[in-house]
Write a protein that binds this ligand. Structure first.
Ligand SMILES: *Cc1c(COP(=O)(O)O)cnc(C)c1O
Length: 395
């Protein structure tokens, strides 16, 4: 294992502080390293492998499509892309979809579309986008600027003009920040990278009402919260406050890279041919995998499992919080769960869990993010709780 890690550090740009494990295989909620050691996976590719690793329907769809057609240009029509767009619209507010390859790209598309729409409809001075402090929208220059966290932006200035930030979960702040320059408000229904922060009940409905009154577009970044993560296909559906534009990526392809932006016919018409594009966007291989992933998600009672086991996990962690006062808060929805510590490094807890065969991701110094596959069982959650208790007792 160590030789692979040395080679990686020698040849691969160091943009990640990686855990010292070389993973070679995955199945369901488990992965195996190169030495044959098994791990329970509460990272799931960071909310990517919602169906577990190598879901048979996704693997089969990939095998079949790989033997038929891997790629053609978006200058031509392909069936998997159409079928995926139909499925996404059938299960969301949307009526038009743009395909790309990642979350950042989906958000780039959303930012460009919002600007173009506002320019055509209201004139050239209306381009400002309001995003939230503590948000995360990606690492390209536009999405990095949209991301309301200085630590991601430092060193890459000058940032893109036309962004403005508000505190998350504060409707008054957004209402005040909107001016005649504002074209859109962009928000994650639950902040992921910012520490699994769940807003107050009614927040999205409130945002929607403000945006309606002030005639600005509402954009949801559901890159992390989407595809069933919170117990509904899209997190905003808990509140029934549909946006004008929504982005998704991470779990959309069942482990294969694909992103999408979905919107209404009214907003979509702002883009004409040539306004935006992606060589690989909605490519037959990725789109076929995404169709299979979406079918499995909706047909195999995965959302029910997410809701039920999510509650079980949060209750179990709450139980640990009674025993260990260093757990400050357990929060989340469905199987998007954060544990915040006080006077204890989340990284140390993650390290202890790894040593005991459980993968967990620490975000920042204080928060553990648990985003396991949505097919995880109560028995597997029991194992995690056992391991965490052991680790906490030892620290
Ligand atoms: C992960 C994430 C992104 C960026 O997605 P990439 O595929 O890494 O570009 C954007 N927004 C949110 C909310 C995310 O969690």
């Amino acid at each position: 294992m160590m030789d692979w890690i040395e080679e990686a550090e020698r040849w691969v740009l160091h943009t990640y502080d990686r855990y010292p494990v070389v993973i070679v295989r995955g199945e369901g909620a488990r992965v195996w390293d190169i030495d044959g050691r098994e791990y329970l996976d509460f990272v799931a590719g960071i909310a990517v492998c919602n169906l577990g690793h190598c879901h048979p329907r996704v693997v089969e769809a990939l095998r079949e499509q790989a033997g038929k057609l891997l790629h053609v240009s978006n200058l031509y029509y392909t069936q998997p892309q159409v079928e995926l767009a139909q499925r996404i619209c059938q299960h969301s507010f949307g009526t038009k979809v743009f395909f790309c390859n990642s979350g950042a790209e989906a958000n780039e598309a959303a930012i460009k579309l919002a600007r173009k729409y506002a320019k055509l409809r209201w004139g050239p001075e209306r381009y400002e986008i309001i995003t939230m402090y503590n948000s995360f929208h990606g690492r390209t220059l536009a999405t990095l600027t949209a991301t309301g966290q200085e630590k991601f932006q430092r060193g890459f200035e000058p940032l893109l003009p036309g962004f403005r930030y508000c505190p998350f979960d504060d409707l008054g702040a957004v209402e005040e920040a909107i001016t005649e320059r504002t074209c859109a408000v962009m928000v994650e229904p639950i902040q992921g990278e910012g520490g699994v922060r769940v807003p107050s009940e009614g927040y999205l409905r409130g945002l929607k009402e403000i945006c309606r009154q002030k005639e600005v577009l509402l954009i949801y970044d559901e890159v992390q919260t989407g595809m069933g993560r919170t117990g509904k296909l899209f997190a905003h559906q808990h509140e029934g406050a549909p946006p004008d534009i929504m982005t998704m990526a991470k779990a959309l392809g069942g482990g294969v890279p694909i992103g999408a932006m979905v919107t209404t016919d009214e907003v979509a018409q702002a883009f004409s041919a040539g306004d935006h594009a992606s060589t690989f966007g909605g490519n037959p291989l990725a789109a076929r995998a995404a169709c299979a992933a979406l079918d499995a998600l909706l047909q195999e009672r995965v959302l029910d499992n997410c809701e039920r086991v999510g509650r079980y996990l949060r209750e179990g962690l709450q139980g640990l919080a009674f025993k260990f006062t260093k757990i400050r808060e357990v929060r989340g929805r469905g199987l998007m769960v954060g544990v915040e510590f006080e006077g204890l490094s989340a990284k140390e807890v993650a390290k202890g869990c790894l040593e005991r065969g459980v993968l967990i991701n620490a975000i920042g110094e204080r928060v553990l993010r648990l985003v396991p596959p949505l097919i995880i069982t109560e028995v597997e959650v029991d194992r995690l709780l056992e391991v965490m208790e052991e680790v906490l007792r030892g620290l």
